[in-house]
Design a binder for this molecule. Structure first.
Ligand code: CO
Length: 146
């Protein structure tokens, strides 16, 4: 009996500490993400971002991207992204503050990108956000790094 409980405890702790190397996030026509946060591990060799738009509106009207930056940088990244325009997916080309970014997608579309976990620090403050014009206030999530 004690052995069984010990094994259950071990299995549970294994789940808590398992590496999370994928971010799955959806967006919609109401300018929303489907979650408020995601959790990944800085020890991941590669982190995969899968981002989809479950709405119907085209990219010109309700396009979304997913950008990752530190909490300290994200507002400036979004401001510079606005100036860069849709042709640049609302991300300043070569912006060193951008840890990862997807292209802008419209309703029914899916995109993905990858980046190295070594670009994140465990316990650091990070944001995942959309830099389309006027979206930042509604579309900013926490990225929790373990
Ligand atoms: Co958006």
């Amino acid at each position: 009996m004690r052995t069984a409980l010990f094994l259950i405890a071990l299995a549970a702790s294994g789940l808590v500490h398992a590496e999370s190397c994928t971010i799955n996030l959806k967006s919609n026509d109401a300018m929303q993400f489907d979650q408020r946060s995601a959790t990944v591990s800085s020890t991941c060799k590669t982190i995969t971002v899968n981002f989809s738009h479950t709405g119907k509106l085209p990219a010109q009207a309700m396009g979304h991207n997913l950008v990752i930056a530190t909490a300290a940088d994200y507002q400036a990244v979004a401001q510079d992204g606005l100036k860069a325009g849709l042709a640049n997916n609302y991300v300043k080309p070569g912006d060193p503050r951008v840890i990862a970014s997807t292209k802008i997608i419209g309703g029914g579309q899916t995109t993905s990108t990858t980046f190295a976990g070594s670009n994140l620090k465990a316990g650091g403050a990070y944001k995942m956000f959309c830099t389309a014009p006027g979206h930042l206030g509604m579309m900013t999530d926490q990225l929790i790094v373990k």
